[in-house]
Design a protein around this ligand. Structure first.
Ligand code: 9Z3
Length: 330
């Protein structure tokens, strides 16, 4: 029998992924998270699609960088560049577009509706009044009021589920749980994978248990490759979902080509390419047949995410209509 090399590659990714999850330390609050995910998705699945109650869809947004611990009792770790700004901003725009959002974010990274808070201290935003009551200075009152009311609305209407991670182990377990929970949404489910995910890691079982000694001279360390989970998300966890992933490069000459490879190899619907030097100002959406759409931030007061989410929401709804027509024609 002739071997199909792509099937073999797929099988080896699946084996690697299974080995990764077997050896990863299990999430501490796994059962609670699973319960929250299942409740969130079930509640919203009735409101999407056939005769739905007007919900545009459910999107899982990942945000912030993953850490790679070097010791089981972790003192040192490798980190990935990401502030969480893109994921936090995108969450706001997806909520505005009528989506329910599962926000999987790095602990301590930027949060939706809080992006305007000053870097150094949010205490700069408040003042003490005569009676020691806390006041917001008039200059900031509007932004703070809008942020509070938008945030409260999202939470009170049950449209935002926030799940934190720190390590690559936690991140990939959360992504697996969210995507298998979202599978029942079919093409109404969307993934928007903006988190900066480490490509290399130290397997848990080969990791030093205690803080690595410095007395023994230079440190040599081999890092394994993180299994390609996008492939498995697409193939197993949520095969009918609409998948948007990001590609970050520092070298503009290879960026688009890398994005196209990712689009094809992992069967993404869109790969958003961005370059470290200007990622806040311009992104390029790469879609099927090598089509590219450049999205630019109109001014320093605007977010590039506003237009990006607008275009993605449009693509997602066209995708749903197309699949429904196809379904009816059969
Ligand atoms: C991105 O490219 C994001 O746009 C940024 C956002 C991380 C640049 P910030 O959080 O930055 O607003 O400060 N994310 C994806 C990065 C990544 O790791 N992609 C993988 C790759 O390029 C594929 S999943 O190989």
């Amino acid at each position: 029998m002739a071997a199909d090399p792509s099937a073999a590659a797929g099988q080896s990714s699946e084996d690697e992924a299974a080995a990764f999850f077997r050896s990863a330390p299990p999430l501490r609050d796994r059962d609670r998270v699973a319960g929250e995910l299942s409740e969130f998705v079930t509640r919203h699945s009735a409101a999407t699609g056939r005769g739905g109650g007007g919900l545009a869809g459910v999107v899982c947004i990942t945000s912030g960088g993953t850490t790679v611990p070097l010791e089981q009792r972790c003192v040192r770790y490798i980190d990935n560049f990401s502030s969480g700004q893109r994921g936090a901003a995108s969450t706001e725009y997806f909520l505005k577009a009528g989506y329910a959002v599962i926000f999987i974010y790095r602990r301590g990274s930027k949060q939706p509706y809080c992006r305007f808070l000053p870097e150094d201290s949010f205490l700069d935003f408040f003042e003490l009044g005569e009676e020691s009551e806390i006041k917001v200075p008039d200059s900031h009152a509007m932004v703070v009021k809008t942020a509070i009311s938008n945030y409260r609305k999202a939470i009170d209407e049950g449209l935002l589920l926030k799940l934190p991670f720190t390590t690559i182990f936690e991140y990939l377990q959360l992504l697996q749980m969210a995507s298998t929970a979202m599978n029942c949404l079919g093409h109404h489910g969307m993934f928007y994978l903006a988190a900066a995910v480490s490509d290399f890691y130290v397997p848990w079982e080969s990791m030093a248990k205690h803080k690595i000694e410095s007395a023994s001279g230079p440190l040599n360390m081999q890092l394994n490759q993180v299994p390609k989970m996008l492939f498995i998300l697409r193939k197993r966890w949520a095969p009918s979902s609409f998948c948007v992933s990001f590609k970050l490069e520092t070298d503009p000459d290879i960026l688009l080509q890398k994005a196209e490879v990712a689009l094809r190899k992992y069967g993404m619907n869109v790969v958003v390419a961005n370059e470290l030097a200007n990622y806040k100002d311009v992104v390029v959406m790469v879609t099927g047949n090598g089509r590219t759409t450049v999205v630019r931030r109109p001014s320093k007061e605007d977010d590039v995410e506003e237009q990006l989410i607008h275009l993605l929401v449009k693509m997602h709804s066209e995708h749903i209509v197309q699949l429904n027509q196809h379904h009816h024609a059969l």
